[in-house]
Design a protein around this ligand. Structure first.
Ligand SMILES: NC(=O)c1ccc[n+]([C@@H]2O[C@H](COP(=O)([O-])OP(=O)(O)OC[C@H]3O[C@@H](n4cnc5c(N)ncnc54)[C@H](OP(=O)(O)O)[C@@H]3O)[C@@H](O)[C@H]2O)c1
Length: 323
């Protein structure tokens, strides 16, 4: 009988979709003895999961509940097949992205500050903030206190599972969407990443939703930021090192662009890091993929993959096939 180890912190009722005829074994964070496991569902936090790896014997398949599996090949070796939970984060991360765009264009971080100060009259500061960050010097009356997303040009760098969800959620806003991926294609039009610099000047919002790789490391540096229009919004829901942090801090402090970040470089962001104090910035501590729906969704993905493994069908989310 196939022995499937899973983190004991996960409620057993969430494993009800798992195939019949397997033995489900709850695993603690620490093990003081070896244990025979054919299939392992690691704790989503690598620092916790990695502690029991030396105690696992006979491992053949790892079913990660996360999209990122960077630490697993080195921990379990090349003779184990590894699958990720591709897609399990799509909805929550796309919703974070759209929320962050709207929050910044509606100046919610400023209005939260106003609320905390209890000073209604401070709303008139919003017009000055708007003029300063966008460079819009028109004598607009009544005063501008919020902006609109509708009709803006959004450049999305990365057009995979999450990118397509973001596009679906942005549809009612009638934005002009420019898509960039590794490879060029049509219907819908997707530009090659080599065209990024020529597209940046057109974008009022730039969304980063691509993996961190050798090619994407530092993709957005001081040159790319300089190509963005005054006051453009850079949204990073992907990975911190895709953006050059020093260049971003400088641009934010100069009032060149705005940013919404769920991810930073480094992570965790140290308390004294200058990014915390930058103006025109909304920062969340790498939480975009989280929601109550995540665990059921990623376990359902794992159950499907386990069923295919047992039936000898091709795996859908393999990131490493056993040698
Ligand atoms: N903040 C969070 O909590 C959170 C949660 C989940 C995921 N993420 C991040 O989001 C990333 C994207 O997730 P996903 O599920 O949408 O990935 P995906 O389905 O694999 O799609 C990745 C997209 O990025 C493109 N891409 C890859 N390398 C590129 C490069 N160097 N330049 C330009 N485009 C490139 C791919 O291009 P092609 O289409 O041409 O292959 C593809 O369109 C993940 O890798 C992860 O880092 C963050």
């Amino acid at each position: 009988m196939l022995r499937v180890g899973y983190p004991a912190v996960i409620a057993a009722e969430l494993l009800r979709d798992f195939p019949q005829g397997i033995e489900l074994i709850p695993l603690p964070d620490q093990l003081d003895h070896d244990i025979d496991i054919d299939v392992w569902i690691p704790d989503p936090y690598p620092a916790r999961a990695i502690q029991i790896v030396p105690r696992l014997r006979g491992l053949r398949l790892v079913l990660s509940l996360m999209a990122g599996t960077e630490w697993i090949p080195g921990a379990v070796g090349p003779h184990v097949t590894i699958c990720n939970a591709h897609g399990a984060h799509n909805i929550s991360t796309a919703e974070w992205t759209v929320s962050a765009i709207l929050a910044m264009l509606k100046h919610f971080p400023f209005y939260l500050d106003v609320q905390r100060s209890g000073q209604w009259k401070r709303r008139f500061e919003a017009s000055a903030n708007y003029a300063a960050i966008t460079g819009d010097a028109r004598p607009l009356y009544p005063p501008v206190m919020l902006e609109e997303l509708t009709g803006k040009t959004v450049l999305m760098v990365g057009y995979g599972g999450i990118g397509k969800q973001i596009e679906r959620m942005l549809a009612p806003f009638n934005v002009e969407l420019l898509r960039v991926a590794r490879s060029v294609r049509a219907n819908p039009q997707v530009h090659a990443v080599s065209e990024l610099d020529s597209l940046l000047p057109r974008a009022q919002v730039v969304v980063l939703i691509l993996p961190l790789t050798a090619d994407s490391h530092g993709l957005i540096g001081s040159r790319q930021i300089a190509l963005m229009p005054q006051g453009a919004l850079l949204v990073n829901a992907a990975r911190g090192p895709i953006v050059d942090t020093n260049a971003l801090v400088e641009a934010l402090n100069q009032g060149r662009i705005r940013a919404a970040l769920d991810v930073t470089d480094p992570e965790p962001l140290p308390e004294e890091h200058p990014l915390w104090r930058c103006p025109n910035l909304l920062l969340t501590p790498h939480v975009a993929g989280s929601s109550p729906q995540f665990a059921p969704r990623s376990l359902s993905t794992a159950a499907g993959e386990l069923r295919r493994y047992i039936d000898g069908q091709p795996l859908e989310n393999a990131v490493q096939l056993a040698l």
